[in-house]
Ligand binder design. Structure first.
Ligand SMILES: *Cc1c(COP(=O)(O)O)cnc(C)c1O
Length: 397
């Protein structure tokens, strides 16, 4: 009899008790708005910003309403105008081109490699088209950040990093979000910290930070921030920066602070699960795992593999067989977007050229979340199921 997995791929861990207690305190005080503070007191949101800046090593941090908001805020702080082109990944999630389109700018898609990172040759080829790159570290894969920054610096391209899947990750010891001008993070339920919705913007640039604070909806209460530049910087920008409300509130910040304190343990727990699945899948005929370079410190909260050059019918067969045994795989080759898996040609509000190499990779790309509610034994079972079903379909004539 074949083994079946009965766990859920969408269930997260509970919020830590310390977060629940802190949230109850905020609720009992009624002071949910981040600027509802007394005297010099720092509220939960300001404290969280200070702690996240320290965690990433950034000078400045602004907590906001979502990861998508953080990306839009970075584009606005940079002064990207309607009609301007912005380079971004062909392989990413819908909120990334969405943030670009939301300000009336135009995404220009850059291809993906077999290791699921941005194709640096394609980036070079398109580098003259735009002054900004919205770089998505999609599914937690970091490209050679040294090489990428060299290309971007040579072409005067400002880099905004989408770190929705790389909170806790780094390249050559530098945290993701700290290579470009801005790092954008999400604290939505399916990311590395969970406040339902939420996000961060980090930067070392004082003027960009001041604009981001005003943009986020600080009114003139920016002095109540603890991870923002000094008042004189705000004097330079405050009359020229619109308020586009998207603040974080104290309730979410209260939930997040204990999670941030526990991040290293969470990262280790994800990577232990990732390695069990990776080992279980290694050497499966017809299946290609992504190669993770030495310089990359990643967070294995999801795993991807490729069924390269497989027919659509065979990929569908693998999906169906795995689903029957309780293993939910997401397929980026699907003709129509389902759930979270859309692709560059699903975003039809953008005129994009077909990208042959990228299509070949997306057509064979399968993805699976690894929530911390899975045990290591669960992960080993999941890998056995995938291995058996991929092998069975691969061997068919
Ligand atoms: C989730 C996600 C975002 C945006 O985050 P939200 O908080 O949901 O707006 C951006 N990029 C990627 C790759 C994501 O997965």
């Amino acid at each position: 009899m074949s083994e079946i997995f009965t766990g859920s791929f969408t269930q997260q861990e509970p919020i830590p008790e310390a977060g629940i207690e802190a949230a109850l305190d905020v609720l009992r005080s009624g002071r949910l708005h981040r600027y509802n503070t007394l005297g010099d007191e720092l509220g939960e949101t300001a404290l969280l910003e200070q702690e996240f800046a320290a965690y990433t090593g950034a000078k400045y941090c602004v907590a906001v309403a979502s990861g998508g908001y953080a990306m839009g805020c970075a584009l606005r702080a940079l002064g990207v105008q309607a009609g301007a082109k912005v380079l971004t990944n062909a392989f990413t999630l819908a909120p990334v081109p969405g943030a670009i389109a939301a300000i009336g700018a135009v995404p220009v898609f850059v291809g993906v490699t077999e290791n699921l990172v941005i194709d640096l040759d394609d980036l070079k080829a398109k580098a003259d088209q735009a002054d900004v790159l919205m770089l998505s570290h999609m599914r937690g894969h970091l490209c050679d950040m040294g090489a990428l920054m060299q290309i971007c610096d040579a072409h005067g391209i400002k880099v905004i990093e989408d770190c929705a899947h790389t909170m806790g990750a780094s390249w050559n010891g530098t945290p993701s979000g700290r290579h470009g001008l801005f790092g954008c993070f999400s604290t939505q339920t399916y990311k590395h910290m969970n406040s339902g919705e939420g996000g961060f913007l980090i930067t070392d640039d004082e003027e960009m930070a001041a604009r981001a604070v005003i943009l986020s909806g600080s009114y003139m209460m920016y002095e109540r921030h603890a991870a923002a530049p000094s008042a004189d910087v705000f004097e330079r920008v405050k009359y020229h920066t619109p308020n586009v409300s998207g603040r974080m509130d104290n309730l979410r910040a209260a939930i997040l602070r204990p999670q941030l304190a526990n991040m290293d343990e969470q990262v280790a727990a994800w990577n232990a699960r990732y390695h069990v699945v990776e080992e279980g899948l290694a050497g499966t005929p017809g299946l290609t795992l992504t190669n993770r370079p030495e310089a990359e410190t990643y967070v294995g909260s999801s795993i991807q593999f490729l069924l390269l050059n497989w027919t659509e019918a065979k990929v569908r067969d693998v999906l169906a067989r795995c689903a029957k045994r309780g293993v939910e795989l997401k397929w980026f080759g699907e003709g129509q977007p389902r759930g979270f898996t859309s692709r560059y040609d699903s975003w039809r509000y953008v005129d994009s050229e077909p990208m042959e190499k990228t299509d070949l990779i997306l057509d064979g790309l399968l993805d699976m979340r690894l929530p911390l509610t899975f045990s290591l034994a669960d992960c080993a079972l999941i890998a056995r199921i995938i291995r058996a079903e991929v092998s069975a379909v691969f061997q068919q004539a």
